[in-house]
Ligand binder design. Structure first.
Ligand code: PPS
Length: 305
């Protein structure tokens, strides 16, 4: 099997360019993912799989690097063997042939595996529940999440052009973006955590006190980090380090996929960037929507630190 990196480099740029939105049960996903849905749905999770799950742009890559560092005893050399997207297969990712699919990559990987998904709770392949796999979910406040997703739409050529910010915000609110509604995603996984081994964390908490949140992840994985190891992980996974780490910053992806001259993958990495994008009216509207759609769930978000 060709590896993911060589496969992507061999692609015809036109074959990955966004063409049209396709969905599974109303959730927009890549065209190739929809075509392969049967295989993805029947994915065979193993009991010792760890799944990192997020709505897009919530801190997925950050959590992936943290987990890899914990699993490797805080040794950055051991996490540098490949770009992050190759170290942890993204189960619903499907490019045109000859690129291996996320499922194929996962199947070829020895246990214990760490996998990535952005699927909403009701679309997760059932074997993850059957095998009682551990899941780490990271959520980010809707405003910063929307801003980050807007800039991502500008630079990722595989997903639709976002249009103007105000237009994109409407699309985001309506859930007519890839992987669906932010509200349903964060709430669905919040409710699932009461029935399954899910560690539900927040981007804002990770920014405020990374050491505390990293130690929580370590405990969830059944280990305790010594002070020096914990400090090494905090340093290695802070935004400035990951921005310059070629194995984390996605600069190894061909520019016909991610055009980082338009907007870098490691863009700002802060809480509160929404203030530079939202009008007062937009901000109030999103606050009201959050209150309405998360009502009765005990789920709350911080939009500033
Ligand atoms: S993806 O494409 O869904 O996997 O993207 P994801 O990794 O979830 O989210 C990208 C945003 O996370 C920010 N980021 C970080 N913030 C703080 N610290 C660290 N170490 C870090 N790594 C990535 C990244 O900059 C994107 O957010 P924005 O707001 O666009 O900067």
């Amino acid at each position: 099997m060709m590896d993911l990196q060589s496969g992507m480099e061999s692609l015809d740029p036109d074959s990955v360019k966004f063409s049209k939105l396709t969905d599974i049960e109303g959730i927009y996903l890549f065209k190739d993912t929809v075509e392969q849905w049967e295989v993805i749905h029947n994915f065979k999770a193993r009991p010792d799989d760890l799944l990192i799950c997020t709505y897009p742009k919530s801190g997925t890559t950050w959590m992936q690097e943290i987990v890899d560092m914990i699993q490797n005893g805080g040794d950055p050399e051991k996490c540098a063997w490949a770009p992050i997207y190759q170290r942890m297969p993204f189960i619903e990712l499907c490019f045109p042939k000859p690129v291996p699919t996320g499922v194929e990559e996962a199947e070829a990987m020895p246990s214990p595996r760490t996998l990535k998904t952005h699927l909403p709770v009701h679309l997760l392949p059932p074997s993850f529940w059957e095998q009682n796999c551990k899941i780490i979910y990271v959520a980010r406040n809707a405003k910063d999440n929307a801003v980050s997703y807007f800039h991502f739409h500008r630079m990722d050529n595989m997903i639709p052009d976002p249009g103007r910010w105000d237009e994109f915000l409407e699309t985001f609110i309506a859930g007519k973006v890839m992987w669906g509604s932010w509200f349903d995603h964060v709430r669905g996984w919040w409710e699932a955590k009461d029935r399954h081994p899910i560690l539900y964390l927040f981007y804002e908490d990770m920014k405020e006190d990374p050491a505390k949140e990293i130690q929580k992840v370590a405990h969830f994985l059944g280990t305790d980090l010594s002070e020096p190891v914990l400090n090494r992980i905090v340093q290695h996974t802070k935004f400035e380090s990951m921005k310059t780490n070629p194995m984390a910053n996605h600069r190894t992806l061909p520019s016909f996929i991610f055009d980082q001259t338009v907007s870098p993958f490691m863009r700002k990495g802060i809480v509160g960037d929404w203030k530079d994008h939202f009008t007062v009216a937009q901000s109030e509207r999103l606050d009201n929507l959050c209150a309405q759609k998360l009502k009765g769930s005990s789920l709350t978000f911080r939009t500033q630190l």
